[in-house]
Design a binder for this molecule. Structure first.
Ligand code: SAM
Length: 323
């Protein structure tokens, strides 16, 4: 099907009643006997202007492959599918997956994976990875993008795991809890700066595009949300020597974020009593010119990348690498 042949989506069909209002969803769910499951973060984006903003911010092109996590009834999926080369969308709830399949029946460029997007905290479901690989093979000229109203329960592992892939997204446009949006875009010294800020910030430029009040969703969540855009910066990502090792290091360091960094690094290196650990940490402080009382939360993501690389190098001769 060429792009011009694809079925038009809601915004260009003013004659069709919008299919993502609270009234529409309530009636649809009553008709099929579906009860919203709060455990799965089923808060549907019902503000059509915001759904359009999410779609516009994702700026999907005709060659692109898009991953959506949390298909719901397919409201965002059909917008993405009208433009993208291929869309891979994943939905855990079989009833919603069925409703989405019916809504998306005219799109032959959508692969709907029914099931949990994750096979573990740090792992995507193999079916999702296979569907992405197949879509990317079918559209090799395009970028790989993430565009989603993410289920809050898995938003952090979805973003973190995508950034751990050998070929991650070029850009991600997502709605997440406001708190998580702030963490992903925080700078060193901000109160929300944590391991996620460093992991995301070392690889991407991030921006909060718009805050979303609970009234943007049905049912209303108990927290504020935001649309965030992340753009991968391949050169900065390339400065990370070993991605899994760096990820572990950042998580280990932030387990003790309030402690002075020196003590945390000594712990990772093998303990205060180990001469090799003391030497490595001293050499690291000298080589990077770190102030004695520096804390993890004072260091920018790029400083973390330099520090982890040096730290590993200084430990390596003693065979006590952190990774
Ligand atoms: N895309 C729809 C929209 O914009 O209104 C629905 C978004 S709703 C916030 C999140 C969706 O993710 C729900 O449909 C929920 O069932 C689904 N979901 C929750 N956990 C999931 C998981 N682990 N894997 C796949 N889908 C999940």
């Amino acid at each position: 099907m060429s792009h011009s042949d694809r079925p038009p989506t809601e915004p260009s069909r003013p004659d069709v009643p919008p299919r993502q209002t609270a009234a529409y969803l309530r009636a649809l769910f009553a008709e099929v006997g579906f009860n919203v499951n709060p455990r799965h973060g089923q808060n549907f984006l019902i503000d059509l202007n915001l759904l359009d903003l999410l779609d516009r911010t994702a700026a999907v092109g005709a060659d692109d492959v898009v991953l959506e996590v949390g298909t719901g009834t397919g409201a965002l999926t059909e917008r993405l599918a009208a433009v993208a080369s291929r869309v891979v969308t994943c939905e855990i709830d079989p009833r919603l997956a069925q409703l989405a399949r019916e809504r998306l029946v005219e799109f032959d460029n959508v692969t709907l994976v029914e099931g949990d997007v994750l096979a573990g905290k740090h792992r995507f479901a193999p079916e999702v990875l296979q569907a992405i690989a197949a879509a990317r093979a079918a559209a090799p000229a395009g970028r790989f993008l993430l565009a989603a109203n993410l289920p809050y329960c898995v938003a952090t592992p979805v973003i973190s795991n995508l950034l751990a892939l050998p070929e991650p997204f070029t850009a991600a446009t997502v709605t997440v809890q406001r708190e998580m949006a702030e963490r992903m875009t925080a700078a060193a010294g901000d109160s929300s700066y944590n391991a996620l800020s460093v992991w995301v910030g070392a690889q991407c430029r991030g921006e909060i595009v718009r805050g979303l009040p609970p009234t943007s969703f049905w049912p209303r969540p108990g927290v504020d949300s935001a649309i965030v855009r992340l753009d991968l910066e391949p050169e900065r990502r390339g400065a990370i020597e070993d991605l899994p090792r760096f990820h572990r290091f950042v998580r280990d360091v932030f387990c003790h974020r309030r402690k002075v960094l020196r003590g945390v690094l000594l712990g990772i290196a093998g303990g205060r009593r180990t001469a090799a650990a003391r030497e490595a940490v001293e050499a690291l402080y000298t080589s990077l010119g770190l102030p004695p009382a520096v804390r993890a939360e004072d260091l920018s993501p790029d400083a973390f990348v330099r520090m982890e690389r040096e730290f590993h190098r200084m430990l390596a001769p003693h065979g006590e690498g952190s990774g």
